[in-house]
Design a binder for this molecule. Structure first.
Ligand code: S3P
Ligand code: PEP
Length: 411
């Protein structure tokens, strides 16, 4: 048995930072995630002129419902799509000139549906190089509000950015969504907005966000469920037990549902009020599973798939092609290098059983490719990585932490 206390949720930390910045008063954030993405997000807020004070485990943010204090700012969002998509929307509700740029990887990822929606609300927004991509400049003069349509079929983050920004507009927002992925992330957004004082009314595909109402609070960040997937998968793969405290029946994050996939494959799963436990049983069955709602855990499953006793087919994950890298192809490439038979289509991947050979994993600068193949490496000694440090996006200490869990399990 092993208690695996994983770091805080990236998604919850990013939202909490936004909400704290937008709220009246000083918010206390407890156990935020310390990683490149969340550091970039917090630094972005500081550059925009918000008062963010950070001690290791407690961050204090003083909100400004009127918008950024800085009249002008340059914000570098690094690899973080949360920062690159949420912060321009926050800035647009203020008054000033704000420039946003990001790493080469993040510059390639789309922001067009969001920037189109902001423009349709009257925001003066220009793309610096390629239309629909960072860098971009917002010349902000407040947002009146009104009705918009939004295509969220490439990323739910466009919707989250607009929902979070709604209370900062003069009249509120009505957002009609025409397609959507990663729905559980929108549920995190709505639940956290409620914690900061704002209730969004939902009628089918339409979200009505009232103006005003964010209030500072004392908020404890739950552990990261996507990170937990590596330890649950590792337990299933090695016949060990992983208990992740802080992720129980009331957890906000949809990615905790990855344990249902492991249960279908043969692992034992116990969800308690304050923790989730996975125990490997020595059996790992093949399956077909749609992962549209929990696609950050697609690489976790793909990497361990060769050890199943039948094919593993993962469907409805087109949006994993527009993440830190094209994750469908990155998983397929690494599995093929390991000697595994893999097929991919527009939005799916199918992996045949086999015995992976130890190879150097091509991480493509993607933390999830590195962490997923590290898990599979438990059964493939000699696996190495071309860029082990890319885990810093969400879990800078991953390799050391993983080594400690392994030592504890004796694997
Ligand atoms: O809103 C969020 O915090 C996130 C939403 C998801 O992205 P998409 O909505 O782009 O699938 C997820 O993959 C990402 O890691 C975090
Ligand atoms: C897709 C991811 O990150 P983001 O979109 O927040 O950059 C991720 O963490 O897997």
């Amino acid at each position: 048995m092993s208690v695996v206390a994983v770091p805080g949720s990236k998604s919850v930390t990013a939202r909490a930072l936004f909400l704290a910045a937008a709220a009246e008063g000083t918010t206390v954030l407890r156990r935020p995630l310390l990683s490149d993405d969340t550091d970039g997000f917090a630094e972005g807020l500081t550059r925009l002129g918000y008062d963010v004070r950070r001690d290791a485990d407690v961050w204090l943010i003083t909100g400004r419902p009127e918008g950024p204090a800085a009249a002008e700012a340059d914000v570098y969002c690094r690899d973080a799509a949360t920062a690159a998509r949420f912060l321009p929307a926050l800035a647009a509700a203020g008054h000033g000139t704000y420039r946003f740029d990001a790493s080469a990887q993040m510059r390639r990822r789309p922001v067009a549906p969001l920037t189109r929606a902001l423009r349709s609300l009257g925001v003066d927004l220009t793309h610096g190089e390629a239309e629909g991509h960072l860098p971009l400049t917002v010349v902000a003069d407040g947002i009146k509000g009104g009705e918009i349509e939004l295509d969220a079929s490439l990323s739910s983050q466009f919707l989250t950015a607009l929902l979070l920004t709604g209370p900062l507009t003069a009249e509120g927002l009505r957002i009609r969504v025409t397609g959507i992925v990663s729905v559980p992330y929108v549920e995190i957004t709505l639940a956290m907005m409620r914690r900061f004082g704002v209730t969004v009314a939902r009628d089918g595909d339409t979200f009505a966000v009232p103006p005003g109402g964010y209030r500072a609070t004392d908020y404890a960040i739950e552990p990261d469920a996507s990170t937990a997937s590596y330890f649950f998968a590792a337990a299933a793969l090695t016949g060990r037990t992983a208990t992740v405290p802080g992720l129980g029946a009331d957890a906000l994050q949809g990615d905790l549902r990855f344990v249902d996939v492991l249960r279908r494959m043969g692992a034992e799963v116990e969800t308690g009020p304050d923790a989730t436990t996975v125990t490997g049983t020595g059996r790992l069955s093949g399956l077909t599973v749609a992962m549209r709602d929990i696609s950050d855990t697609m690489p976790t499953l793909a990497a361990i798939a060769p050890f199943a006793d039948g094919p593993v087919r993962i469907e409805d994950v087109y949006n994993t092609r527009v993440k830190e890298c094209d994750r469908l192809e990155a998983c397929a490439e690494n599995l093929r290098r390991q000697g595994i038979t893999v097929e991919t289509g527009h939005d799916w991947i199918e992996i045949r059983p086999g015995t992976p050979k130890p190879v150097e994993i091509a991480c493509h600068g993607d933390h999830r490719i590195a962490m997923s193949f590290a898990v599979a490496g438990l059964r493939t000694p000699g696996t190495t990585f071309d860029d082990p440090g890319c885990v810093k996006k969400t879990f800078p200490g991953f390799h050391e932490f993983f080594a400690r869990v392994r030592a504890d399990w004796g694997v």
